[in-house]
Design a protein around this ligand. Sequence first.
Ligand code: PGA
Length: 257
Amino acid sequence: MSARRKFICGNWKMNGTASEAASLIAGIVGNWKDAYRNVELAVCPPFTALLEVHALVSGRGVQIALGAQNCYHETKGAFTGEISARMLVEANCTYVILGHSERRTIFEEDDVTINKKVRAALSVSLKPILCVGETLDERELNQTYEVLLRQLKEGLRDVSASDMKHITIAYEPVWAIGTGRTATPEIAQNAHSFIRMEIAKLYDDSIANAIIIQYGGSMKPDNAKELLAQPDIDGGLIGGAALDAKQFLAIADAALN
Ligand code: PGA
């Protein structure tokens, strides 16, 4: 068993008006138990629900961090429709998901763009959850490790060793996201161990041993335990199952053991 604390993060994607988000977080807060202090729990609602969710978490004696799902790399100015990292910090965010495969594919974000966002987040002490993962085509063409290495190297370009303690990596095989098709624990473990090994090469062993590597892609209460039991799987980035308070907390329960 590693000394790393498990980190379970809900990615709500574009789900939940502020009032819908309020009832989801109320379900999580209402069923929260003290044992969850032994894991890191976070939720990433849409921007418009951040303040509402924060209001319902703070002062309730629970430990649930807040994150956003994206940010822009510039600090302010004429960038219609964008949100800066500093705005997210003031909206009580601790984390920001960057480089999610939906951003990479639907919004055509490349590694250079993602790296700018990672550095912008770090510059205001917002902690990036950097997502990496191969598509089905890439896996079938045996390009998985090449893709992971490129996304890691480019995404972390110019990130200092001391900033690495603020980075979480999420391995999200694109073919497993929202498809109900989870990576087997073995496939996921192999990818996680590869990522850790490459981080050791890019930085050093102590950084590689300390970094949290989450798995994402159809993680559910019934497969979470087995995935989280793998030596290099330190948590989950949860989409669909995070939209149900009981399922989300059942995954947190799986992380406790
Ligand atoms: P999923 O999404 O759990 O619905 O597969 C995971 C993610 O995209 O972060």
